[in-house]
Design a protein around this ligand. Structure first.
Ligand code: C6P
Length: 425
């Protein structure tokens, strides 16, 4: 089988330019092999990304050199920790062009950020008969918190349907806006179809109807320039671990006046200004929403990841991943007979390609690919309603990042032909 294992380490990045070659060297895990001695072909970056040395070092330095709590100690290492943590917030704010770091609330992941908005803003602003518009392509993280909210408040959920090509049907969205929803919440980039949604256009439509807009940017921030001011949205959420940062890091951005008007989500230490036995006053934003000791090293790592991405340039990141996805669609369609590919054309999608080999369960596909060191995701990717929409029980998914190279996509195509051969298709 002619996969990466038959290619020498030196020749592996040969088709990539010098920048990409040195970038791959930034990710220590790419030098590892699996238990069969095959080099890692990591095509599951939508689940979580690999981490570059700069991020590993930043998180490690906190644990080795200045492990201490933030916002509390008046001694040198504690001050260093606070400075690094708040510096990370400034880097993350810069990454998405937030007007000020105080509008960035650090959370564990995108899921927590959406729950924060659903509990805090949602419980204060959604009442009986109020509707929230979502889409049929939402990750469960941007669906289930809203289900809980409308069940509790006796509100309604409405859904923008999808075309067979995996695009949102904006003419239906326009009709749903006649219901005067309080909130429109949708994903910037679908984690299954890869669809890049027209956030700015939909936000303008939603605002004209009087709704606020929450964007799930978990699959967008790592892969393309995101400017929350230019998009004009009200809430924007994303996870650190998909943008080259450690697990346990994430961010919610919202406009200052929204955050100031929202009640706390969790209560405890650090989120208060003054506490009496029977009442308390809240700290300023963003700390009002950061109760208890956070994952300090992870958030410091997230700041380093933001700096790493900005040093490459988000335009360059997007262009590289666009090249990878266009190449993948071409190669898989051409070289893997019978493959079913889901989602729109390359010019409308991020670095995600979901597929099925007819008659072969995606778990079997993933397991056989694993023998060659190729990592893909198989299952419903936390988008069960979306799979139902396409009459699928599951799919396999390859997803890309700044370190992905064409040879890995070639290896995937070769691996898939091998899977078909094993199953006699
Ligand atoms: N999608 C995937 O393999 P968390 O788990 O909170 O970091 O991210 C949740 C989430 C929210 N929105 C979108 C669009 C996502 O893709 C994800 C995470 C991973 O597709 C894990 S299920």
């Amino acid at each position: 089988m002619s996969d990466l294992s038959t290619t020498s380490t030196q020749s592996r990045p040969a088709a990539a330019g010098p920048d990409l070659r040195s970038r791959r060297a930034d990710f220590p895990i790419l030098a590892t092999t699996n238990r069969h001695g095959k080099p890692l072909v990591y095509l599951d970056s939508a689940a979580t990304s690999l981490k570059p040395q700069a991020v590993i070092d930043a998180a490690d330095a906190y644990n080795r050199e200045y492990s201490s709590n933030i916002h509390r100690g008046i001694y040198e290492i504690a001050e260093r920790a606070t400075t690094a943590y708040e510096g990370a917030r400034a880097s993350v704010a810069k990454l998405i062009n937030a007007p000020e770091p105080a509008e960035i609330v650090f959370v564990r992941n995108a899921t927590e950020a959406i729950n924060l908005v659903a509990y805090s803003w949602g419980r204060r602003n959604i009442g009986r008969g109020d509707s929230i518009v979502l889409t049929e392509m939402e990750h469960h993280a941007n669906l289930v918190p809203w289900q809980l909210l409308v069940q509790e408040k006796d509100g309604d959920l409405e859904f923008v349907p999808i075309t067979d090509d995996g695009l949102l049907r904006l003419e239906v969205f326009e009709v749903l806006l006649h219901l005067k929803p309080k909130l429109v919440a949708f994903t910037h980039v679908s984690n299954m179809l890869g669809t890049v949604n027209p956030v700015r256009e939909m936000t303008e439509m939603a605002h004209a109807a009087g709704a606020l807009v929450l964007i799930d940017g978990a699959q967008a921030v790592p892969h393309m320039p995101v400017d929350v001011q230019e998009l004009g949205v009200d809430f924007y959420v994303f996870s650190g671990h998909k943008m080259l940062a450690p697990t346990g890091s994430g961010a919610l951005w919202a406009r200052r006046e929204l955050l100031e008007a929202m009640p706390p989500f969790m209560a405890g230490g650090d989120m208060i200004r003054e506490v009496h036995l029977r009442r308390s006053d809240w700290n300023e934003i963003p700390w009002k929403f950061e109760a208890g000791t956070p994952d300090i090293s992870a958030q410091i790592g997230m700041g380093a990841a933001a700096e790493y991405l900005m040093a490459i340039g988000l335009d360059a990141v997007r262009d590289h991943e666009h090249e990878m996805v266009a190449y993948a669609l071409e190669v898989l369609r051409r070289d893997v007979p019978g493959i079913e590919l889901y989602g729109p054309a390359a010019d409308r999608r991020g670095g995600v390609v979901s597929f099925n080999l007819p008659g072969i369960h995606p778990h079997d596909v993933a397991q056989i690919l694993d023998r060659s060191g190729i990592c893909v995701r198989a299952g419903h990717h936390c988008t069960m309603p979306l799979h139902e929409r396409f009459d699928l029980a599951a799919s396999a998914r390859a997803s890309f990042n700044v370190y992905t190279i064409r040879e890995e996509i070639d290896a995937l195509a070769t691996g898939l032909r091998e899977v078909a051969r094993i199953f006699d298709r």
